[in-house]
Design a protein around this ligand. Sequence first.
Ligand code: OGA
Ligand code: MN
Length: 289
Amino acid sequence: MALAFRPLHPLFAAEVSPIDLRGVANRETLEEIRAGMDRYAVLVFRDQQLEGGEQLAFAERFDGRLHAKTGAAVLGKSRLGNEALTDISNVDETGGLLSAGDRRRMYALGNRLWHTDASFEDPPGRYSMLHAKVVPPVAADTEFADMRAAYDALDEETKLRIAGLRAHHSIAYSRATLGFEFSREEQDRLPGAEHPLVRVNPRTGRRALYLASHASRIVGWPLPEGRLLLRELTEHAIRREFVYRHRWRVGDLVIWDNLATMHRGVAFDDTVHRRELRRVTTLDLPLPA
Ligand code: OGA
Ligand code: MN
């Protein structure tokens, strides 16, 4: 099936022509979507009527194994009944809005920091697929930054300086920067992971900065020096020209490449307005030949 991609931003992100992803199972169409991901890094599919099981099944058909060792799973059981189906909402198990001081809400506020999904795991997340079920009447958008364009725009000296460097990523670290603390036992389940600071897409050869608020240090560097470099690179990467802002509609499924983008939720009054989305993230494992 020939898909059409309509660009949403000068550098990246595109809306895909109408298609019902529940029915997409042939490898050819799935690889067309992957090729679209390689080019645009963020794809928007409108009007998807996916139940949780269908969203999980599509993600597995498309890209294989799913990420389930989430930070949220360490806090307690998901109301959605499957740790691979992440509850991106401000709602508790009774359907009420989370109160301001609820620990799950405070944890979820970390999504407002620029990040990539599951970079604190090894393998880290590859594609995230976020499906909108309930969207508030006020803007409650998600922003994406093109980390390939950000890499390309670095000066040659910086590219040389960062080549071969690795960063340690930890969700305990990123949450601690907001004053959210995991207990000792929770932290033991979230040890973090090391990843290269520059990633190369194996199909296109394109390089991208691999950053996140989870990045806590540069491996082998003094702590302050590594944190300064990470801060400098992040400030560069989130310049407005690299950012696409997605305004959600009910039924949107947005797929992004965590190895080519960063993202963050934009603040809205979440103690007043209900917002319910569901995310499935695949793991960055080698693809079958
Ligand atoms: C996510 C995420 C941001 C948002 O689902 O991984 O970071 O706007 N979401 O909800
Ligand atoms: Mn996220």
